[in-house]
Design a protein around this ligand. Structure first.
Ligand code: DC
Length: 241
């Protein structure tokens, strides 16, 4: 049974949904590293921190009290003693987070914390650089992906459910911009690890993807290639991502 699981992929590929469900099913710790970049971004925006100024950034990070608290197999993030909640998912944070995550000082700051947490017990860790940088020796590496339109549609539906008034075209544009910044930055870009298995979730349901992941964790099904439509059982469907 694999105990250190890395899931990477672009925005809206279903990483968070799948990593959370997989961790829940296995009783592992679920670690959302994107939430850590989001929490820092929300803090910078709320406190008017000019994060592009290296001196200001370094001073802020040096003084910042950041805590990761395990609660019900997930990680609560506290900054300066305040739990970070839904504000880290706002459209404003969406707009700025890739620019924050591309800064080497920010990545160095979070890297050790993420690694320590992920190795503390059996865990499912999701992000962009987990299989390549944070956990290069992970027992199982998954690269989740889906077409940009499917990913934008999922985010658009999620925003609607949260009562956020966003336009589909704006969401798609944001996803494409983030893909570009995340995959072209110098430090730890979004990249499939050589030994990762790609799962294209475009036309798979949540249950189908979960089934594949559980089989891979339990080593019940050997996969020699990438997985996209191998599980598709009938009509085109995306499930309620
Ligand atoms: O997964 P997400 O959309 O919540 O991630 C938010 C941003 O954080 C994303 O644009 C890229 C960045 N990120 C990163 O650079 N490295 C990670 N391990 C996780 C997220």
């Amino acid at each position: 049974m694999k105990q250190c699981i890395a899931i990477d992929g672009p925005a809206g590929s279903g990483k968070s949904t799948m990593a959370r469900l997989l961790a829940e099913k296995l009783g592992y710790l679920y670690i959302d590293t994107g939430a850590m970049y989001r929490a820092l971004t929300a803090y910078f925006l709320a406190n008017g921190v000019h994060y592009t100024d290296t001196q200001v950034l370094e001073k802020t990070l040096r003084k910042l009290l950041i805590e990761f608290i395990e609660r019900n197999d997930t990680v609560e993030i506290k900054l300066e003693g305040n739990p970070m909640g839904e504000e880290i998912r706002s459209p404003q944070v969406d707009e700025h987070v890739s620019s924050v995550a591309r800064i080497p000082e920010v990545r160095t700051y979070l890297r050790q914390l993420q690694r320590k947490l992920a190795l503390s017990r059996p865990s499912v860790t999701e992000g962009r650089d987990i299989g390549t940088v944070i956990l290069p020796d992970a027992d199982l590496k998954i690269f989740l992906t889906a077409s940009p339109t499917v990913r934008a549609n999922r985010r658009f539906q999620q925003n609607k459910e949260k009562g956020l008034d966003t336009q589909y075209d704006t969401v798609l544009q944001n996803i494409l911009e983030r893909d570009s910044i995340d995959s072209t930055r110098k430090d730890a870009p979004l990249k499939k690890a050589k030994d990762a298995i790609t799962v294209d979730t475009s036309s798979l349901s949540i249950d189908e993807v979960l089934g594949v992941l559980i089989d891979l964790v339990r080593e019940e099904r050997p996969w020699y290639g990438d997985i996209s439509r191998k599980c598709k059982t009938g009509e085109q469907r995306n499930g309620n991502w």
